[in-house]
Write a protein that binds this ligand. Structure first.
Ligand code: NAP
Length: 284
């Protein structure tokens, strides 16, 4: 199959490496001619160009740009595509993307690989990034089933676990397990920094170890990504934050009232429930 990729960063580049190794002809489009050159040299793509016309031969195109650029990229892409070509995207939010892109191209299937690293750009591209990880597809009732089937087959061939849901369900789910944790973790760092005694703050910074490293990791990441989550998944994230604040208020009350029994019950419940969010190999 001829597979096009627009945006040769972490996700686009990693897709290119795996899809080539599966025998597909991979055509990459980057805004930058140096990236095109590197992508060919490193075996990320078979051919690359700064021009979307390269994708006239593509059967399927993965749009792997930042979320803000997905719809504008597809708008520029469609005049160059064969009429039966399929477009899919990899954006981390779905409702906002699917709503705008669906009227632009009939054969569009929304997607989100739940895999990544903290790095970005072509240098971050790696093989087997998607293997063993979930990959969500969010077709609508109007999405042509043949297009869904082809995207599903490609995604399964990456050894991803495929999940189907509506775009809004996807956004609610990732608000809980991806976007809310970023805001909670950022608030944790901010709260620690409010310590008014400089010597205490310094001591805390020196004593911080694995527990703090785990709980602060996602809050100390790329600010642009955090803003993107809040902007494009606004309603679901807002709802999750309100619920989180409610839980925090209950905790504050229990501690204020020295209600150790209620606190213990709460922590027993959270300990019991945590494994249901984790795959078996990382439960500890
Ligand atoms: P990335 O490494 O920064 O790659 C994005 C690429 O898009 C850039 O390397 C650049 O490629 C191109 N690009 C950047 N700005 C652009 C613009 N304004 N217009 C057109 N192209 C632009 O980011 P990524 O992590 O691969 O993320 C790409 C997409 O994957 C995003 O939609 C994100 O939501 C989604 N995603 C990310 C992760 C993750 O963990 N990082 C996980 C799942 C899904 P060129 O220089 O080649 O043009």
């Amino acid at each position: 199959m001829n597979i096009g990729i627009v945006g040769l960063g972490l996700i686009g580049g990693s897709l290119g490496i795996d899809l080539r190794s599966l025998g597909h002809q991979v055509l990459g489009v980057s805004r930058n001619s140096l990236t095109c050159q590197l992508a060919i040299e490193r075996g990320v793509v078979d051919d690359a160009s700064v021009n979307l016309t390269l994708l006239a031969a593509a059967d399927v195109v993965f749009v792997c740009t930042p979320i803000t650029a997905i719809a504008p990229t597809i708008q520029q892409l469609v005049p160059h595509l064969a009429t039966d070509a399929i477009i899919t995207d990899v954006g981390s939010v779905k409702a906002a993307v699917v709503e705008v892109v669906t009227p632009l191209w009939h054969n569009f299937v929304g997607g989100h690989p739940m895999a990544g690293t903290a790095d970005s750009g072509i240098d971050a591209a790696q093989s087997q990034l998607f293997a063993g990880n979930p990959y969500v597809l969010t077709p609508l009732d109007t999405t042509p089933p043949a297009a869904v089937k082809i995207v599903e087959e490609i995604v399964r061939s990456l050894r991803s676990q495929v999940y189907f849901c509506r775009p809004e369900e996807h956004d609610r789910a990732v608000a809980w397990i991806s976007h809310l944790p970023v805001m909670v973790s950022a608030s944790l760092i901010e709260a620690c920094m409010s310590e008014s005694e400089t010597s205490v703050l310094e001591l805390a910074q020196n004593l911080a170890s694995s527990g703090f490293r785990d709980t602060s990791r996602v809050g100390g990441g790329n600010p642009e990504l955090g803003v993107m989550m809040a902007r494009y998944n606004h309603k679901s994230l807002w709802r999750s934050l309100l619920s989180y604040r409610h839980c925090l208020d209950q905790l504050i009350t229990e501690i204020e009232q020295e209600n150790w029994h209620a606190l213990e019950q709460r922590l027993q419940d959270t300990r019991k429930n945590r494994p249901s969010f984790l795959s078996e190999d990382v439960r500890d």
